[in-house]
Design a protein around this ligand. Structure first.
Ligand SMILES: [Zn+2]
Length: 199
């Protein structure tokens, strides 16, 4: 049970961000737990046991939380570097995207490579386009097609890394054919990017 700014008790899944002190849903927040050696560990899946605190997955709220919110919540002086926390959390979101791509592949919910993606778009099966950051050439063309279909396009990883996830040498573009996976990927990609944005 958490209390909001007015001291009112709220049921789960609403939590208070220890950075900006605003109440938000559990899914909108990033959870941290304290490890046995008192380090803060990001828990983006909300699965680790132990006392946790919630922060918006943004650099501004992480920075604000290190100014006192974390220490107050864990009732001990915590010396933490918010940029390190942001980088740690960002890489957890990146791992999540990788995991989603691998499981979507296993479930045959991806179209892999330019030709398969074109085909999927023609058949209007595409929910999301994932394009490697270094996929030059036909990338813009595919992005335009996705935009014309009203589909989101996420830039993620490199051709080599996408290839490694999918058991190929290099993959420049992937279409996600499932809407649930597409929104989970979109969210995790945007959080990973926002947490390491240059100021
Ligand atoms: Zn916040």
């Amino acid at each position: 049970m958490m209390t909001d700014a007015n001291g009112e008790e709220r049921e789960d899944p609403a939590r208070t961000c220890v950075g900006c002190r605003k109440v938000d849903t559990k899914d909108a927040l990033l959870r941290f737990v304290m490890s046995p050696d008192h380090a803060l560990v990001p828990d983006i899946a909300h699965k680790l046991s132990g006392r946790g605190v919630s922060v918006h997955p943004t650099r501004a709220c992480l920075k604000a939380a290190t100014a006192g919110g974390f220490s107050r919540s864990f009732k001990r002086a915590m010396s933490v570097n918010w940029q390190e926390l942001a980088t740690l959390a960002s890489s957890q979101y990146t791992r999540r995207v990788e995991g989603l791509i691998v499981s979507a592949h296993r479930a045959h919910l991806l179209a892999i490579g330019t030709d398969a993606v074109r085909e999927a778009m023609r058949e209007q099966k595409t929910e999301l386009l994932i394009v490697a950051a270094d996929a030059a050439g036909r990338r813009e063309d595919l992005e335009n097609q996705a935009a014309a279909l009203g589909r989101h396009c996420a830039v993620f990883a490199t051709k080599t890394l996408l290839g490694a996830l999918l058991g190929r040498d290099e993959v420049g573009v992937v279409a996600v054919l499932d809407s649930g996976i597409a929104s989970a990927v979109t969210l995790a990609v945007s959080r990973a990017a926002a947490l390491v944005e240059a100021e």
